[in-house]
Design a protein around this ligand. Structure first.
Ligand code: NDP
Length: 453
């Protein structure tokens, strides 16, 4: 670690204690940027990196709501408005009991670079709550969302801050949030993305993150004159990103063999085909059940319950060519990374945000496999949110083919930007550095142009 990065990290840790995920995200970016800052002292003089790590604004608020028994419940709501140098704040809302300030700051920080990589004019933000939608009735979720938006609405707007979904926030939640925003602001506007198709949503938005992660893997493979056809793939999670990752993999001739949720995972060596995926979509999106039911329905599959006492996740220990982590942060540690390398994995495309911990990333980079970090590989979601914003502004709806075409082109461009940045800064093949550098340069130059704000 260079002297500059190590001094910066001391400062970050002292100023933001008890935020390990934020430290991890900043440290990775700062490491990647050390060469850029050496070659471009103007960024260092203007303290661009020191400014980027400080959110422009943090909003934290009480979210009171009544459960179905009439009992008062209190959750905590957040919105981190991280950086608006290249456009309005943009980034998802996460509803999960693990949500805290540090996790949302890491996500908002990553979002700044990711949004920049998409080439669309979007700043970075993230928000959410420690509310757990699991086990809640639709009415409880609606009352929570209404209370959450009763505070959030005064901070967001189509030209200010445009939230979307993330873990625990899908079409149902975005609907309730949008309804309450419209009621309070008295305007019908593209203030959220991931909306329903009848009220301003974009075709392909639900599919975009998963499809994009697969397109990114295909682009990486194309650099080796290879493709996804015939590849066996490990996929984690079973929510939005995991489902559409599987869908696109199947379409491109690959075979997904695993899916998971926080209770455990299933391995289906016969492969998860279209029919089985339709079962998963109904299970997760309609019946809101657990992935263990997959193994009850399809006896060839084996279910393994999660064991938090283990020092690894057995999902990652099966023979495969590619891996698409699509659940949550730090779900791949060094033991998992080792197991993946030993079992033939040569492509990792991160659908989730920061699913591989620092030691795991180092192993992948040292092994020289094709490793697509989340900020690049999962940028298709926010890119398509950007396309939803464009359609809202134009009051037009593009066809499925048009949006998918844009998504493909954007993922190709994200890949090319990473490769170009790697080459320019002598980090060939290192998509982590490539994504961090390419994402940084555009934001940093905009910040230089805009003065000390
Ligand atoms: P969903 O809520 O739809 O699905 C999340 C999945 O991950 C569920 O299967 C969930 O299981 C599992 N999961 C969540 N937290 C944990 C945990 N702590 N341990 C184990 N499993 C867990 O979310 P998404 O699919 O939208 O998001 C998945 C990842 O992709 C996140 O990292 C998100 O930030 C990232 N992402 C999402 C984008 C989007 O457009 N939706 C865009 C870019 C990135 P369970 O149901 O049991 O909790």
């Amino acid at each position: 670690m260079s002297e500059y990065v190590s001094a910066l990290m001391d400062q970050v840790k002292a100023k933001n204690p008890v935020e390990p995920e934020f430290h991890q995200a900043v440290s990775e970016v700062a490491e990647s940027l050390s060469l850029v800052l050496d070659r471009h002292p103007e960024y260092r003089t203007a303290k661009i990196l020191e400014r980027i790590i400080e959110p422009e604004r943090v909003i934290m608020f009480r979210v009171p709501w009544s459960d179905d028994r009439g009992q008062a419940q209190i959750n905590r709501g957040f919105r981190i408005e991280m950086n608006s140098a290249i456009g309005p704040y943009k980034g998802g809302l996460r509803f999960h009991p693990s949500v805290n300030l540090g996790i949302l700051k890491f996500l908002a920080f990553e979002q700044v670079f990711k949004n920049s990589l998409t080439t669309l004019p979007m700043g970075g933000g993230k928000g959410g709550s420690d509310f757990d939608p699991k086990g809640k009735s639709d009415n409880e979720v609606m009352r929570f969302c209404q209370s959450f938006m009763s505070e959030l609405f005064r901070h967001i707007g189509p030209n200010t801050d445009v939230p979307a979904g993330d873990i625990g926030v899908g079409g149902r939640e975005v609907g309730f949030l949008f309804g309450q925003y419209k009621r309070l602001a008295n305007e019908f506007t593209g203030v959220l993305t991931g909306k329903g198709l009848n009220w301003g949503g974009s075709l392909i938005r639900p599919e975009a993150t998963g499809y994009g992660a697969v397109y990114f893997a295909a682009e990486m493979l194309a650099t080796k004159n290879d493709s996804l056809d015939g590849k066996t793939c490990l996929v984690s999670g079973s929510g939005n990103v995991a489902q559409y990752t599987c869908e696109k993999l199947i379409e491109l001739g690959a075979t997904p063999v695993t899916l998971s949720d926080s209770s455990g995972y299933v391995l289906d060596e016969e492969g998860i085909d279209r029919e089985k995926l339709a079962f998963v979509m109904d299970l997760k999106n309609v019946r809101r059940g657990r992935i263990s039911e997959y193994a009850e329905k399809f006896p060839a599959a084996v279910y393994t319950a999660a064991d938090r006492g283990l020092d690894h996740n057995p999902l990652w220990s099966h023979r495969a060519d590619c891996a698409f982590p699509s659940a949550t942060q730090n779900e791949i540690n060094a033991n998992d990374a080792k197991a993946m390398l030993e079992n033939g994995v040569t492509v990792v495309s991160e659908g989730a945000n920061m699913p591989t911990d620092t030691a795991g990333v180092e192993l992948f980079l040292d092994a020289g496999i094709l490793f697509g970090p989340g900020k690049a590989a999962n940028a298709g979601g926010v890119a398509t949110s950007g396309l939803e914003m464009s359609q809202n502004s134009l009051r037009l709806n593009w066809t499925r083919e048009e949006v998918d075409g844009h998504l493909r082109r954007i993922m190709k461009d994200v890949h090319s930007s990473c490769v170009a940045a790697c080459e320019r800064f002598d980090r060939k093949g290192n998509y982590v550095d490539g994504a961090n550098i390419a994402g940084f340069l555009k934001v940093a130059d905009a910040m230089l142009d805009q003065g000390v704000v």
